[in-house]
Design a protein around this ligand. Sequence first.
Ligand code: NAP
Ligand code: 8YV
Length: 320
Amino acid sequence: MSDRPVVLIPGRIHPRVRSRLVDRFELIELADASATDVAPEQLARVRGAAVSGRFPASLIERLPNLEVIGSFGVGYDGVDVAAAAAKGVIVTNTPDVLNDEVADTTIALLLNTIRQFHFAERYLREGRWEREGAFPLSPLSLKGRKVGIHGLGRIGMEIAARLSPFKVEIHYHTRHRRSDVTYAYHGGLVELAEAVDILISIVPSTPQTNGAINGDVLAALGSNGVLINVGRGSTVDQPALISALQAGTIAAAGLDVFAEEPHVPQALIDLPNVSLLPHVASASVPTRNAMADLVADNLVAWFDTGLPLTPVPETPVARS
Ligand code: NAP
Ligand code: 8YV
């Protein structure tokens, strides 16, 4: 048995997290967060954890000496932060290092949804351009539109910055109005949707955001409206969205996130007016490497100095 701190990895994680930790810590690697086959004495040795995905209260309760959980991703809805906070366990996430990648992907998804480049490329690849002539004109255009951003945080601000050169009008809704922007603020989501014809959602999964984009919001967005969701699938009432897309209540949607990933309902896949991505907004090698490094750097900083780099607000660290 080594005197290095023991770090638990419950389930699959980016390989760079493991390779960064293996020389510094003693690792216990499990198939998933249920930890069914692990003896209590083993679990009692665990002082840190690195996770991508679920870290439930049931696991936290079985780790009496856990100090810190390094979560891979800026969203940490898979980690039971309330249970961690109650036991004095610090949770860290990976903010900022993915802002540019996610914002770039959002713009690409928006343009793809509106101009249907995925269908146009398939048309070319199938030889139909040569056989049948020009691809049909896209019914929608970005020109002259008004964009509402639901969530103007780290990533929302980068999306807004990228949208400015497209000459669209920018509006937003958050719980707190920002004093550092001149974009039009709306105190409610329906109000925002009424004012714009594109709605981009980039908020965390919380009890308040759960199902927030519902039938009323989609009706307010209107028949020329486009929904882009790069935040979390839980934010959108998915059955209401499918109905709205089928009925023409809104014109189109671009989705990187879904209610029950990796399951995507066939009804969505069958729709002609959607662009669907398998949760890839941050998924480039450089950005995922930076996220992996931040997971590892947080654990190293905690055990070296007691000051993690990016603790989440629910588990703040007092600086003396
Ligand atoms: P952030 O900096 O914390 O920003 C979150 C924004 O959401 C803030 O403007 C916040 O403003 C707003 N917000 C929170 N709760 C709200 C509510 N109930 N109603 C309205 N606005 C609300 O977070 P971020 O770094 O930009 O990341 C945002 C989320 O994007 C992450 O939590 C994650 O779920 C998701 N994400 C997805 C991917 C992907 O691969 N698709 C990648 C990265 C991130 P107020 O506090 O003023 O309300
Ligand atoms: C990751 C994300 O794909 O950071 C987030 O919140 O959703 C994405 O960047 C995810 O966390 C990795 O599983």
